[in-house]
Design a protein around this ligand. Structure first.
Ligand code: NAD
Length: 369
């Protein structure tokens, strides 16, 4: 049998000295312990096993190439055996909110995905970053700009990535209209209109009715049009005004059932947004100097599609949108480049949310940045 410690007359030690360990480890038969083995799939732990984790993220993680579901963090013991069995999760990868920081010692978990009520995003994102894990955090990023900045600081300090779960920015038709804006395919954008909402009736005790946990339409659904007017225009707001109100006081006495807002961008570009728990809407319409284009729906899990003033049709993509998002974000980690939607993106949206709230309190006064 050929002695693999020799290559072309060199001793192994001479070879390593001449070529370096990287080449040596790349398929010449030396033991793989020379370099730490690169994981094919990064391990994800979902924090919060509510409807989004159960319905979309865990199933999406069965389709991903660059990451996989490896762990869970939950405060509901009855969910543990169900998830362990369904997704083959070993005891050593199951945590409670109190033990979550111990993930620091677990090499199978590379990414912590925060899928909790918005009011808890900052606290648990920071625990994840402090444990040395990359952090993915659901939208909206946090309750206010100060929380967002603390999350960004924690990621920087611990040299981990922080990505916001803005799935639309990974969706192909959305990426096409972002490119239209960048390349001015239909001329310079002059006006954007966007709305996202549904007619709901959240039951008593649901966090979406609780102002301390990030309830209300603006945080929950308004962040879609806010993010969309920014990604479509590629611009940052210079002034914002808005109005928030509730019609069904029995359901939404303490949070907004409806919000509407206007945003001014540099160069006089105007955007108009609306969101609601009391009315359904799902559109992103862009007017430019030489035409128009739109996505309707623009933020659904499936069927996002568009058309343009010159008759171009943007047909729906059939891939699982969350799988696409998580794969792109995992690849960014593997390739050590910034994620598509970093913490700064989430922060800019939360600054607009805060401005809408403040404007509404002040009788729809313009809030300037
Ligand atoms: P949900 O109410 O179904 O689940 C929330 C989970 O958090 C539950 O498992 C609950 O037990 C847990 N939890 C822990 N502490 C809690 C507390 N103090 N109060 C209430 N719940 C607590 O909510 P969801 O729809 O899964 O939303 C979770 C997050 O995901 C939110 O940030 C939401 O905005 C986001 N989300 C994103 C999308 C998207 O398309 N990107 C879709 C749905 C939800």
């Amino acid at each position: 049998m050929k002695n693999l410690s020799h290559s072309g007359g060199f001793t192994r030690r001479q070879f390593l000295k001449t070529t370096g360990t990287v080449m040596a480890a790349s398929g010449l038969g030396f033991p793989s312990i020379i370099l730490p083995r690169r994981k094919e799939k990064l391990g994800v732990a979902l924090v919060g096993l509510g409807s989004y984790s159960r319905g979309r993220l865990a199933p999406g993680l069965q389709l991903t190439e660059h990451c996989e579901l490896k762990g869970i963090v939950t405060g509901s013991p009855h969910k543990i055996p169900v998830w362990q069995e369904q997704y083959n999760i070993p005891d050593r990868n199951v945590y409670s909110y109190q033990t979550m920081h111990e993930v620091a010692d677990n090499d199978e978990i590379d990414i912590i995905y925060i899928v909790l009520p918005t009011g808890l995003h900052a606290q648990y994102s920071i625990i994840g970053a402090e444990a040395g894990k990359h952090v993915w955090c659901e939208k909206p990023m946090a309750m206010d700009a100060a929380e967002c900045r603390a999350m960004i600081d924690a990621a920087v300090k611990n040299r981990v990535q922080l990505a916001i779960g803005y799935r639309m920015q990974h969706e192909p038709n959305t990426r096409t209209i972002i490119r239209y804006g960048q390349e001015q395919t239909y001329g310079a954008i002059t006006e954007i209109r966007s709305g996202a909402g549904y007619r709901g009736s959240h039951p008593t005790g649901n966090w979406r009715r609780n102002p301390d946990l990030g309830g209300g339409a603006l945080y929950d659904m308004g962040v879609y049009p806010i993010n969309a007017i920014r990604y479509a225009s590629g611009l940052e707001a210079v002034a914002v005004r808005g109005r928030q109100w509730s019609e069904r006081q029995d359901l939404y006495a303490f949070v907004d059932e409806f919000s509407e807002f206007e945003v001014e961008f540099p160069g006089g570009v105007k955007a108009y947004g609306e969101t609601a728990f009391g009315k359904s809407s799902n559109y992103l319409d862009i007017t430019a100097t030489e035409g128009w284009y739109r996505l309707r729906p623009f933020q659904s899990y499936t069927g996002v599609q568009g058309e343009t003033s010159d008759g171009t049709i943007l047909p729906p993509d059939t891939h699982h949108i969350q799988a696409r998002q998580m794969d792109m974000d995992a690849l960014a980690i593997k390739e050590n480049r910034p994620p598509v939607a970093p913490g700064e993106d989430g922060l800019a949206d939360v600054e607009i949310i805060e401005a809408v709230q403040e404007s509404s309190r002040r009788g729809q006064e313009w809030i300037r940045f």
